[in-house]
Design a protein around this ligand. Structure first.
Ligand code: ATP
Ligand code: MG
Length: 551
């Protein structure tokens, strides 16, 4: 029972165990299968599974599948896959729909105890009579129906005798309660819809507030952790469990939702981006979904580290995207082999290099020899990054200029003798000289160029498509705006790159393209002979996680 994490929820769990509550720790992660999991869910997953791991307990993956219209098997499968991908083993999955019979029996029990009634008001009428924060609601005219009539109507609702919206089952609590959630909330609604698991068996479906607490009790959950917007629902959670025949009553504990700058974390809003054609799908590399982050090249280790660093509190506020990028970069720094790729090629001819070429060797990783070495072809025809040459360099320029000198990474020092231009006056190629005695590893030239640049051999380099995902939104907090207006119009640039052939052949998925960032082979489109890479994150280490959040 040890953990280095000291948030208020872990403190509470520790206290409960020390007080000898007698129950083993059991948590659950309860998504509704109406989309793909996003990094906000990862916070909840890491919390629920982390607590169970640290305190010797278990965690259920429970699908809250009470709304047949929005839910599907595809979402169930992707969610289970994503939880496993993050590295967690769950009990189940279980489904709220596994408990539909029990839930129904508890609903009849509430009716028999005079705690629930069938109401014929429409959804609009219920809303209109609910009252406001400052004025009480108006009791339903059906509130005092007798028990036999309530039972009869509820059973007929179940048999499918009434149309959608004709009637609902409501709890009988307090229409004057200051907490609007307690003003006779709806427990069951009629929905003539086919459910992805129970098919056409049910014509009525239970509401979240009725379902969730009962499922928690049935599964013996010791701590029911949810986000702060459910704080006002806690009295209803408690009311339901207090009024049905169960001895088991887990505490609901709330923590703040993750918000991340420059994106939205809501399945509904993410679905709208897909429907609007703004992104290609749930796993588009710009999406904050776990599927999108994975496709982009983030590893689960990085996402777990991010969740560890953000911690668990009740405080609101968006987390800087830079913190996620920092975690991703730090994870890949040790894990990813290095290689060279030129994203915007400029031809370089080495005028004094005779012969067909030679094979250089270079380590796959500068510090970690376990990655081994690779071969690198060198010849008289090379490509460098166009932006590594400047005819009129700015101050402190360390790269190539006319007459200037630079080292080619793992290769030779070259000196630029001539700039060749095309008819439009654009730089078309550079004619350079190499210094034969300056070869990396056996350099006796005594020259000290200021810069080192990456390059590839023209004849052997493999053409690759490279995607450069940027922030999905142009503003840090898009959630309050019309999403389409807040989008970053340049969120996905692509480039035709040249990569060294050893990278295209290598089995790994993740690489650092030196000086350009971390890239991952696209899990869907990449082929060894036609590589496709996504940039996972650029190389920039100016961000310190201790620094203040912001752009
Ligand atoms: P969404 O708005 O994305 O649909 P939700 O809260 O409706 O989110 P559920 O599928 O019900 O999503 O979520 C399952 C669990 O994940 C819940 O316990 C929920 O509180 C938690 N969760 C969802 N979003 C976040 C978030 N941004 N930060 C932390 N926890 C979250
Ligand atoms: Mg939801």
């Amino acid at each position: 029972m040890s953990t280095d994490l000291r948030d208020f929820i872990r403190a509470r769990v520790r206290r409960d165990l020390e007080a000898g509550s007698g129950t083993a720790v059991a948590t659950r992660f309860p998504p509704e299968p109406n989309g793909y999991l996003h990094i906000g869910h990862a916070k909840s997953i890491c919390l629920n599974f982390g607590i169970a791991e640290e305190f010797g307990g278990k965690t259920y993956l429970r699908f809250d599948d009470t709304n047949p219209l929005a839910e599907s098997e595809e979402f169930v499968n992707s969610m289970a896959e994503d939880v496993r991908w993050l590295g967690f083993n769950f009990i189940g999955p279980t489904f709220a729909s596994d408990y539909f019979d029990q839930l129904y029996a508890f609903a009849e029990q509430l009716i028999e105890r005079g705690k629930a009634f069938v109401c014929d008001l429409s959804a609009d009428e219920i809303r209109a009579t609910r009252g406001t924060l400052t004025s009480p609601g108006t009791p339903s005219p059906y509130r005092n129906r007798d028990l036999a009539e309530n039972l009869d109507l509820f059973r007929r609702m179940k048999r499918g005798e009434f149309a959608d919206g004709a009637r609902v089952l409501r709890a009988k609590i307090d229409m004057a309660s200051p907490n609007i959630n307690l003003r006779d909330p709806v427990l069951y609604r009629i929905r003539h819809a086919t459910h992805h698991r129970t098919g056409d068996k049910w014509r009525i479906y239970p509401m979240y507030d009725f379902t969730h607490c009962i499922c928690d009790a049935l599964e013996g959950i010791s701590h029911s952790l949810c986000t702060l917007e459910f704080e006002d629902h806690r009295p209803l959670y408690d009311w339901v469990l207090d009024n049905i025949a169960t001895n088991y009553h887990p505490p609901q504990i709330e923590f703040s939702r993750l918000a991340l700058e420059y994106t939205v974390l809501s399945k509904r809003q993410l679905a709208a981006l897909i429907d609007g054609g703004h992104v290609a799908g749930w796993d588009d590399p710009r999406m904050p979904t776990l599927a999108g982050l994975r496709r982009r090249g983030c590893r689960p280790q990085a996402i777990r580290e991010f969740c560890r660093r953000i911690g668990v509190t009740k405080a609101a506020g968006a987390v800087a995207l830079e913190l996620l990028e920092f975690c991703v970069r730090q994870d890949l720094e040790a894990a990813a082999p290095r290689g060279m790729a030129v994203l915007d090629p400029l031809p370089v001819v080495i005028t004094n290099y005779a012969g067909p070429g030679e094979t250089l060797t270079a380590p796959w990783h500068p510090q970690q020899s376990r990655h081994g070495v690779r071969e690198l072809a060198f010849s008289a025809n090379l490509r460098i990054e166009r932006e590594d040459f400047a005819e009129q360099p700015p101050r402190k320029w360390r790269r190539l200029t006319p007459g200037g000198m630079v080292r080619l990474r793992h290769g030779y020092i070259i000196i630029c003798d001539e700039v060749v231009k095309d008819a439009a006056g654009r730089v078309a190629a550079l004619r350079c000289r190499h210094v034969p005695e300056s070869k990396s590893g056996s350099d006796t030239s005594g020259l000290k160029p200021k810069g080192v640049i990456h390059w590839v051999d023209a004849a052997t380099a493999v053409p690759a498509r490279v995607r450069l995902p940027e922030r999905l939104f142009a503003e840090p907090n898009p959630a309050g705006r019309t999403l389409a207006d807040a989008l970053n119009p340049r969120s996905l640039r692509t480039a035709k790159a040249l990569v060294e052939p050893a990278i295209a052949r290598h089995d790994d998925q993740h690489f650092q393209f030196e000086r350009k960032g971390y890239f991952a082979k696209d899990a869907v489109d990449h082929r060894p002979h036609a590589p496709v890479f996504n940039r996972t994150v650029a190389l920039r280490d100016s961000y310190s996680p201790r620094a203040k959040a912001g752009t």
